[in-house]
Design a protein around this ligand. Structure first.
Ligand code: IPM
Ligand code: MN
Length: 362
C-alpha cells in the first residue's frame, strides 16, 4: 500500500511567523518520517510579506494554492510597517479573506495548563493547574464581516450580525467536541444588551434541546465569562462564542498557561483547514530566536489530527510535554533562575523526540 501523502501550504507571514513555522515544519517532517506518511510543502507570502512582495496581503495565486492544499499552516501577520494602510490593504485583511475563502467558520482554540507550566502562570497554581478547556470561536461572521460598515469624516460604524444558520452550525461543532470531552458547553454572549446575542442564545439552546439533550449547557454574559475564566478556569470544558468575543476571550485565556506563545488553533469548515498559533507577529521579538514555537508546533499537531494522523499528533503533544518537563523552553515560559533556550532548540528537541517514537516500518 502506498503511504498517504499530504500537500501542505505554509504561510510564514510576518514578524516571528517565519521562525515559529520553520520549527513546526521541522516537527511535521520528523512526524512524516517516523509515522510513515509523505508530506510536500509549498511556501507562500501572506500578510505584510505579501504586500511587500506583490502589493496584496493575499495574492490570488496564494489563495488558489491554499484552496488546493490538504491543509494550510500559517505563522502570523501584521506589524508596524503596515499599520498606516487602509483596513482593506492591511496584513490582517489577508488573513480574514483567507479564512472566508476556506469557509473556515469554526476556530478551535484549546487551552491547557500542564503541571509543568502552572508556575509560569501569573495566576495562582491552585487556580490554574489542570485547566483544560476548548474555545470554539465563530470565525467567518459577526462584527468582523457584518455590513454595513464604514466611516466618513464624522463617524465610523460596524454591524454585529448573525444568522440562525451560522449560530446553529457553530453550536453543533461545540456540542460535538463536548461529547468527546467532558460533556459541558458554556455559550458566551451579551444577551442582556444585544439582539444578535438574544438570537445566539435562543439558537444554541434549541440545538442543545433538539440534538444534544444529554449534554450540559450554560449561558454566560461575556463580561462574567471573562471574570470566571480568571477566577475559576477549571469550571469550563467547551466555550462557544462569536467572532469578537472569541478573539478577546482567547487572548485572556492565554494568560492561564502563562504565555500566549503556547496556544494553537485550528480553523475548520470545508475540506481545507487553516492551522495557526493564536499569538500575533510580535515584531519586537522577531529575528532574535526568542519566539516560543510551541503554539505553531501544537497547531501542526492539530493539523495532523485533522488529516487522520492521530498517533503522530499525540507524539508531538508528548514531545511538547517532555520539553516543558525537562525545562527546554523559551524565555516567555521561564521563571526566575531558569535558563531559556532558543526557538530552534525547542523545535529540534521536539522533532528528535517525535523521530524516536515509532520505528519506521519498511
Ligand atoms: C486572531 C488575531 C486576528 C483576529 C487578527 C490578526 C485579524 O487577533 O487570530 O486572534 O482578530 O482574528
Ligand atoms: Mn486575536
Amino acid at each position: 500500500m502506498r503511504p498517504p501523502s499530504y500537500h501542505i501550504v505554509v504561510l510564514p507571514g510576518d514578524g516571528i511567523g517565519p521562525e515559529v513555522t520553520r520549527e513546526a515544519v521541522r516537527v511535521l517532517e520528523a512526524a512524516a518520517e517516523a509515522f510513515g506518511f509523505r508530506m510536500t510543502t509549498e511556501v507562500h507570502p501572506v500578510g505584510g510579506a505579501a504586500i511587500d512582495a506583490r502589493g496584496d496581503p493575499l495574492p490570488a495565486p496564494v489563495q488558489q494554492a491554499c484552496l488546493q492544499a490538504d491543509a494550510v499552516l500559517l505563522g502570523a501577520v501584521g506589524g508596524p510597517s503596515w499599520d498606516h494602510l487602509d483596513r482593506a490593504q492591511r496584513p490582517e485583511a489577508g488573513l480574514l479573506r483567507l479564512r472566508k475563502a476556506l469557509g473556515a467558520y469554526a476556530n478551535l482554540r484549546p487551552v491547557q495548563v500542564p503541571e509543568a507550566l502552572a508556575e509560569a502562570s501569573p495566576l495562582k497554581r491552585n487556580i490554574v493547574a489542570g485547566t483544560d478547556l476548548l474555545i470554539v470561536r465563530e470565525l467567518t461572521g459577526g462584527i468582523y464581516f457584518g455590513e454595513p460598515r464604514g466611516q466618513d469624516h464624522r463617524r465610523a460604524w460596524n454591524t454585529m450580525r448573525y444568522t440562525r444558520e451560522e449560530v446553529a452550525r457553530i453550536a453543533r461543532v461545540a456540542f460535538t467536541w463536548a461529547k468527546r470531552r467532558r460533556g459541558r458547553v458554556a455559550s458566551v454572549d451579551k444577551a442582556n444588551v444585544l439582539e444578535v446575542s438574544q438570537l445566539w442564545r435562543e439558537v444554541v439552546a434549541q440545538v442543545h434541546r433538539e440534538e444534544f439533550p444529554e449534554l450540559e449547557l450554560e449561558h454566560y454574559y461575556v463580561d462574567n465569562a471573562a471574570m470566571q475564566l480568571m477566577r475559576d478556569p477549571r469550571r469550563f470544558d467547551v466555550v462557544v462564542t462569536g467572532n469578537l468575543f472569541g478573539d478577546i476571550l482567547s487572548d485572556l485565556a492565554a494568560t492561564l498557561p502563562g504565555s500566549l506563545g503556547m496556544l494553537p488553533s485550528a480553523s475548520i469548515g470545508r475540506r481545507v483547514g487553516l492551522f495557526e498559533p493564536v499569538h500575533g507577529s510580535a515584531p519586537d521579538l522577531a529575528g532574535q530566536g526568542k519566539a516560543n514555537p510551541l503554539g505553531a508546533i501544537l497547531s501542526a499537531a492539530m493539523l495532523l489530527e485533522t488529516l487522520g494522523q492521530e498517533a503522530a499528533a499525540q507524539a508531538i503533544r508528548r514531545g511538547v510535554e517532555t520539553a516543558l518537563a525537562e525545562g527546554v523552553k523559551t524565555a516567555d515560559l521561564c521563571w526566575a533562575g531558569e535558563r531559556p533556550v532558543s526557538t530552534e532548540v525547542v523545535g529540534q528537541f521536539i522533532a528528535n523526540y517525535v523521530r524516536q517514537q515509532t520505528p519506521v516500518t519498511p
